[in-house]
Design a protein around this ligand. Structure first.
Ligand code: URA
Length: 198
């Protein structure tokens, strides 16, 4: 087993038995994260929904299907070259937004995941990821499509796919954000310009 996988599995094992916040008591499954440990890009959502809780996998419900299509449009996938995690690993009841305390309790797991994968790019999906990763005052409407380099990571954000399902008028901006991610991958020498498709 390679070193990254060993470390990933070790953190995952701890996460699977975590009871640090009240979300633990109502979960069916912990949703640790999924994808390629060598991935150049990590996408970070908010927290598991109903389907994710049932299956123990991130972004497998309707928002996840849209996310997979958004990734495919820029030649990314969780099977091949991307990794998908969440701010909180247990489903908030009724899909409510996790409280700042729940997010803080869970963040050491995300930090460990970032430390193991060392992605070149981190993409915040939606307001919760933006607040926890970019800063408590940051707002998705201002940060989306923007880039900041921090501690060797290129960080950007776009709308959460569930928000795009609710409000399709944001899709053009999300498309532009995905193109910007593609362009950053090309700029960093991690993708070739020709391999993008819609
Ligand atoms: N929404 C999220 O933020 N994460 C998931 O895993 C699924 C839906």
């Amino acid at each position: 087993m390679n070193d990254k996988l060993t470390r990933w599995n070790r953190v995952k094992e701890v996460c699977l038995s975590c009871s640090a916040c009240p979300l633990a008591s109502r979960r069916t499954n912990v949703v640790f994260g999924e994808g390629v440990l060598e991935a150049p890009v990590m996408f970070v959502g908010e927290g598991p929904g109903e389907q994710e809780d049932l299956q123990g996998r991130p972004f497998v419900g309707p928002a996840g299907q849209l996310l997979d299509r958004m990734l495919a449009a820029i030649d990314l996938s969780r099977e091949k070259n991307a990794i998908i995690c969440n701010i909180v690993k247990c489903r908030p009841p009724g899909n409510r937004v996790p409280t700042p305390e729940e997010g803080e309790k869970c963040l050491p797991f995300l930090r460990a995941q970032v430390d193991i994968v060392r992605p070149r790019i981190i993409v915040c999906l939606g307001a919760t990821a933006v607040r926890h990763i970019i800063g408590p005052e940051a707002r998705i409407t201002r940060t989306r499509g923007q880039w900041a380099e921090r501690k060797g990571f290129w960080i950007t954000s776009t709308y959460h796919p569930a928000a795009l399902l609710r409000d399709t008028s944001r899709k053009a901006e999300a498309w532009s954000d995905m193109q910007s991610i593609r362009a950053k991958l090309v700029e960093l020498g991690l993708a070739t310009p020709a391999s993008s498709s819609r």
